[in-house]
Design a protein around this ligand. Structure first.
Ligand SMILES: CC(C)(COP(=O)(O)OP(=O)(O)OC[C@H]1O[C@@H](n2cnc3c(N)ncnc32)[C@H](O)[C@@H]1OP(=O)(O)O)[C@@H](O)C(=O)NCCC(=O)NCCS
Length: 345
């Protein structure tokens, strides 16, 4: 039975097409992420259209079988010129799985990637133990990292957990959008501490943070319509940022905040600064954005320190997700051989 695969543009799609995508996603999420609250339609469309941090280009392909929407593939290329990877996400309607649709979508989505100099295919957010894990393994990907999805459901958490004092000799600073000129240099330096965060066997490398890179990231967030907040802890004796946390609110997702990087410089670890900045972020966030009901974050499943801090603040681990990688050339050869065998596109 044939499957039709065609490009899809969420910015130009009709309401009926977006509704179809929404129904497909809800059906898939209820099987693949039963723990997660189902997004409303507007939130879903907002997420589909949002360009995540660091992503320069995003493309979509939809699959149709017998006139019905059957699946979606999304590829993302990072803005960084020295990144040779392509991130791919594929979903197929639960009632139409094991018919080769996911494989056909993957093949189409990757077409032309080698000509663009890409060498590595990365899949993220694959639920451990689910259909996705079976599929990535069957398609020859290697699991390179286990990541815990943690969520803080604001109405269920006692705000007293965020009343964390600032250790003596330190002060907090916070901003939305752009770091003040007086702190941006030490902020960029402190951001580099994220390099110590474990990434398993993943090829992903955190960027080298410099003042121009910080300014570029701030510019990017503005361009994407993202509200970007930072809370930092300043070591008073040196008047320098020694710890930080960042959080983003995406357009179309007004009740959800995404907790991004948290890092403390090595010499300042062990004094509770990570918990201090994250707690301060929660107090500030909810004072200004009382409509936020959910804060989500990802942490390497083996990062005990960050996991413990998050639990102390009211986050719960809801799912383990896998990151998987495959070399593009080898994957394309396997996919072509399969397609030829099965007469798929
Ligand atoms: C992953 C996903 C896209 C696969 O879609 P699909 O159309 O079912 O995939 P295919 O039919 O191309 O599967 C190819 C092979 O993968 C393996 N496979 C896929 N799902 C499997 C499962 N649940 N159990 C065992 N093997 C499985 C099989 O070897 C299968 O071939 P076979 O049916 O001939 O035995 C689909 O399960 C899905 O939407 N999952 C949730 C999202 C996700 O995790 N995506 C991966 C992110 S990159």
């Amino acid at each position: 039975m044939s499957v039709d695969i065609f490009p899809f543009d969420p910015d130009k799609a009709s309401d009926a097409e977006l509704r179809g995508q929404y129904e497909l996603a809800i059906a898939a999420f209820s099987v693949d992420r039963p723990d997660a609250p189902k997004p409303g339609y507007d939130t879903f469309v907002g997420r589909l259209r949002a360009i995540p941090p660091g992503v320069g280009r995003q493309r979509f392909w939809a699959a149709r079988r017998q006139g019905h929407l059957a699946g979606l593939a999304i590829t993302q290329l990072s803005r960084s010129e020295d990144d040779n990877s392509i991130v791919v996400d594929v979903r197929v309607h639960p009632e139409l799985r094991r018919q080769g649709i996911g494989t056909a979508l993957l093949r189409r989505a990757l077409g032309g990637s080698s000509a663009e100099g890409r060498e590595l295919i990365v899949g993220r957010g694959v639920t451990a133990g689910g259909d996705g894990e079976q599929w990535i393994r069957a398609r020859g990907f290697t699991v390179v990292q286990r990541v815990a999805l943690q969520v803080l459901r604001v109405p269920e958490v006692d705000p007293a957990l965020w009343e964390v004092p600032v250790p003596a000799g330190h002060r907090l600073e916070q901003w939305t959008g752009a770091a003040p000129d007086t702190l941006v240099e030490s902020f960029a330096r402190a951001r580099g501490a994220i390099h110590d965060a474990p990434v398993g066997d993943s090829s992903y490398r955190h960027p080298h943070w410099s003042v121009p890179r910080v300014r570029q990231a701030e510019h990017d967030a503005r361009r994407r319509g993202v509200e970007h907040r930072a809370v930092v802890v300043v070591h008073e004796a040196s008047d320098a940022v020694v710890g930080l946390t960042e959080l983003e609110i995406f357009p179309g997702m007004p009740d959800t905040a995404v907790q991004q990087d948290t890092a403390v410089l090595p010499r300042h670890r062990g004094r509770g600064l990570g918990r201090t900045v994250k707690a301060a972020m929660m107090r500030w966030l909810l004072a200004e954005r009382p409509e936020i009901r959910l804060v989500v974050t990802n942490v390497d499943a083996g990062n005990d320190y960050m996991t413990r801090v998050n639990h102390q603040l009211g986050y719960v681990t809801t799912r383990i997700m896998l990151t998987a990688e495959a070399a593009l050339g080898a994957l394309e050869s396997r996919l072509s051989a399969l397609a030829w065998e099965r007469g798929m596109p």
